[in-house]
Design a protein around this ligand. Structure first.
Ligand code: PMP
Length: 443
């Protein structure tokens, strides 16, 4: 039963009292929230009006194991009954946090084996920058403080993470950002090398990159890119940090995105998929080498910690989430279904004049919208937002990216997608493009 009175009541309350994250405030005030979700089940979300949609973004690239897992709610309930939270400051600890840190060491790339816990991706990024700077202070090189990131990158919205975010609109949201953040061309290692030379390697603490860039439009690095990054960082004595907030925990068809490139970073930020969104958790893993240096050189207290670092309930949820990922072979499934999704995109590309480049790595993909396939010319105003609206009407949640003249659709469905789910996703997209193309021709 659709309760229209309740929908109206909640809509008014939402408009009056809820300042939404990363949302167009004008649209919210005019139309209210676009969906008020009430239930999640597998790859589907249902709203108060009874609409059932494929969650083609795993909500915010994070619900990797899909919605509505009772096993997880049981674990959360049991852990909350026993001990929901206790501090991890001042060397206090708890069993779920210890066991999760040990499990992460088992699955992480190379010698990443020690974890600092946070509550999400932005906190993880800020932690990584601070640990990198602190590391160089301990090493007697306090001038190595600059953080270099890439122009299309997204690292979060806390002050440090915003400052590292290459996508300019996020930095322009405020009038100033933190000092000592620098940006290099997204795709070229040459640009990294020349910036290091220009600034002086003795002033650079770290370089950070997402193994597959997400929020800026799903950009996949060329073969060899990260191997060269690793070499450059080693050559100039600069720490290499990967931001695996989206790419971690199976998203790209390997456990971590950097696994595709066979190199090990010095630090790795994670969040999202570690709990599939069932609890708020993130962290930074550091290499054995870094940990050894911290142990040997640090004399006082590590003066960095969040109240919820090592939250017992969140860590218990993460352990169960990882168990499910492994038991159901979801990393392998993401690789196989990612291929299916890419082939689906390619078949649509042949059929629709508006589809330009398509790409995917595992279940992380993008479709470019173009006016002219041959010249790659774009429409004057981007059509991706309209495609997203039309797809939602037909039962598929997607996201558009229109930064930097892009007109891009991005995809990140849950790792539990079946062949039938991919077929549904592609067929909704097909219908959507047919309808939007008709409109575009009329314009
Ligand atoms: N890093 C990356 C690569 C992200 O995609 C995100 C969020 N989309 C973040 C960091 C920030 O994470 P959070 O929103 O949990 O702070």
């Amino acid at each position: 039963m659709i309760d229209t009175n309740k929908i109206e009541e909640l809509t008014e309350l939402d408009k009056k009292h809820f300042l939404h994250p990363t949302s167009p405030i004008g649209q919210q005030q005019k139309e209210g929230p676009s969906f008020i979700f009430t239930e999640g089940n597998g790859v589907f979300l249902t709203d108060m009006k009874g609409n059932k949609l494929i969650d083609g973004m795993s909500s915010l690239w994070n619900v990797n194991i899909g919605h509505g897992r009772e096993e997880i709610s049981e674990v959360a309930k049991e852990q909350m009954k026993k001990l929901a939270f206790s501090s991890c400051f001042a060397t206090f600890s708890n069993e779920p946090a210890i066991r999760l840190a040990a499990k992460l060491a088992e699955i992480a790339p190379g010698d990443l084996s020690t974890t600092f816990f946070t509550s999400g991706g932005s906190e993880s990024n800020d932690t990584a920058y601070k640990l990198a700077r602190h590391y160089w202070v301990l090493k007697g090189k306090p001038n190595k403080q600059k953080i270099i990131s890439r122009t299309k990158s997204y690292h979060g919205v806390s002050m440090g993470a915003t400052s590292a975010t290459g996508l300019k609109p996020f930095r322009d949201f405020t009038t100033s950002i933190a000092p000592d953040f620098h940006y290099v061309d997204h795709f070229s290692t040459k640009s990294l090398r020349s910036l290091i030379e220009q600034e002086g390697p003795e002033t650079v603490a770290a370089f950070i990159a997402e193994p597959v860039q997400g929020a800026g439009g799903v950009h996949i690095a060329s073969d060899g890119y990260f191997q060269e990054v690793r070499e450059i960082c080693d050559e100039y004595d600069i720490l290499f940090i990967t931001d695996e907030v989206i790419t971690g925990f199976g998203r790209t068809g390997t456990y971590f995105g950097i696994d595709h490139y066979g190199v090990t970073p010095d630090m790795m930020c994670f969040a999202k998929g570690v709990t599939s969104g069932y609890a708020q958790l993130g962290g930074v893993m550091i290499s054995e080498t870094l940990h050894k240096e911290f142990k040997e050189l640090s004399t006082g207290t590590l003066l960095h910690g969040y109240t919820y670092s090592g939250h017992a309930m969140a860590c218990a949820v993460a352990l169960k989430n990882i168990e499910i990922i492994e038991r159901e072979n979801l990393v392998e499934n993401a690789a196989v279904m990612g291929q299916e999704m890419l082939q689906g995109f390619q078949s649509l590309q042949e059929k629709h004049s508006m589809i330009g480049e398509v790409r995917a790595l595992g279940l992380m993909g993008a479709v470019e919208i173009v006016k002219d396939k041959q010249t790659n010319e774009r429409f004057e105003s981007p059509l991706a937002p309209q495609v997203v609206n039309e797809a939602a009407k037909r039962g598929l949640i997607l996201r558009s990216v229109v930064f930097d003249g892009q007109d891009t659709l991005v995809f990140a469905p849950p790792l539990i997608m079946t062949k039938e789910d991919i077929t549904s996703l592609i067929s909704i997209l097909d219908e959507t493009f047919t309808s939007v193309t008709k409109d575009a021709v009329k314009r």
